[in-house]
Design a protein. Structure first.
Length: 377
């Protein structure tokens, strides 16, 4: 690991966990359901030098992946936080090793690691972007558009986002809401950068249908098959011209290497929560950059905390495709940071302040908190 990615150790006095429920500005529908409220866990690392903040990007129910809020809460409170508090002064790079004996629970681990990372970098006065190796000061912003009532409504919604300046559109698809939706967006807006995300809703038996998407010149098809269908994804990739991009399947650097070796993906969606943390996400970026595999930064409807971290991650040089790093207002009327991410000329700025470079709006944090616990050494 390059020396620039080493931060100094912090002394952990404790962690505070909060479940937040943030209302969404509009319902978000994917192949697995509709959300109107984003439930998320905010993590505060308590150190003598100050607090660090992270977020656990689970949802209320295990629909995107096997993790869910109360499961993450339980494992964080019962196992993960106590192990970190027992470890003594801790560098952020040591967090994953301390948590490695606990199988799975990557989103929970990622949220704790991010809080430690933020605390350590704030103490050093260094930004996460600088630490991670960001090479640009703003990143192109794509938007993920949920399934709408019908293709005409989808065209309306996409038109609104294009008018705001988003530089790439991703539409969610599912069986029965696939070809016609994609065709409607292509017909309405011509040659815009466009991709689709199925969130695992198809099977290899749908290969002919998925191959019909080839005529729309999409940037990629994201996660058409199940999380553990690597071999089927490889078979599908041989039957469609559109690049296959994996999201749910890529749970680690090793999973990314395996998927690439199998030919299951030619593009990778990097999401820190899904892979157990931003450091593992950076390792996947490094692997793909060395292998000339394009990556882009995925999103989990993050609050201002994770959104700031995502903007910095997306500023690494291997992120050659626009990510799901949109303005906070795309999801939230009120965020929990004092300066939520905004869209400026189709881009989102990479924060430059210490740590994640955002300050918590404590009144908003309180307003959305529905559950709270403190774990002390
Ligand atoms: O944060 O802009 C965002 C959301 C992007 O579509 C998005 N995420 O599968 O890529 C994905 C979904 C998962 C979100 S479900 C909580
Ligand atoms: Mg996805």
């Amino acid at each position: 690991m390059p020396i620039s990615r080493a931060a100094s150790a912090v002394t952990l006095d404790g962690f505070e966990l909060r479940v937040l429920q943030l209302p969404l500005v509009s319902p978000f529908t994917t192949s697995f359901g509709t959300e109107t409220v984003r439930e998320v866990i905010v993590v505060r690392a308590l150190t003598p030098a100050g607090d660090g903040w992270g977020e656990i990007v689970t949802q209320q129910a295990p629909l995107y992946s096997s993790e869910y809020t109360q499961g993450a809460w339980d494992v964080a409170e019962r196992c993960l936080a106590p192990a970190l508090l027992d470890a003594g002064p801790l560098a952020p790079e040591a967090v994953a090793g301390v948590l490695a004996p606990f199988v799975g629970h990557r989103m929970a681990k990622a949220g704790l690691e991010l809080a430690v990372l933020d605390a350590a970098l704030r103490a050093e006065g260094r930004s996460f972007g600088e630490y991670a190796g960001a090479t640009v000061d703003r990143v192109p912003s794509g938007v993920s558009v949920g399934i709408q009532s019908d293709p005409a409504a989808l065209v309306d919604t996409v038109g609104g986002y294009l008018a705001e300046g988003y530089v790439r559109i991703k539409i969610k698809i599912k069986p029965g809401r696939d070809i016609a939706d994609t065709e409607a967006v292509r017909a309405a807006f011509g040659d815009i950068p466009l991709q689709v995300d199925a969130n695992s809703a198809f099977t290899l038996a749908d290969a002919d249908l998925l191959a019909e998407l080839d005529r729309f010149d999409l940037l990629l098809i994201e996660q058409p098959l199940q999380e553990d269908d690597l071999v089927d994804h490889a078979a599908l990739a041989r039957r469609v011209r559109t690049p296959i991009c994996l999201d749910e399947s890529i749970t680690s650097r090793k999973a990314a290497a395996d998927a690439l070796a199998l030919g299951a993906a030619s593009i990778i969606n990097v999401k820190a929560g899904r892979v157990g943390g931003y450091l593992e996400a950076i390792a996947i970026h490094d692997l793909c950059r060395d292998a000339d595999i394009p990556v882009w930064c995925g999103g989990m409807l993050e609050t201002g905390i994770g959104r700031a971290a995502n903007a910095a991650l997306a500023a690494l040089p291997g992120f050659t495709l626009p990510g799901d790093v949109s303005a906070s207002a795309r999801f939230y009327a009120r965020d929990i940071v004092t300066e939520p991410a905004v869209l400026e000329g189709g881009h989102v700025r990479v924060p430059t302040g210490p740590g994640l470079g955002v300050e918590i709006d404590h009144a908003a944090l309180e307003e959305f908190t529905v559950q709270r616990v403190e774990i002390r050494r």
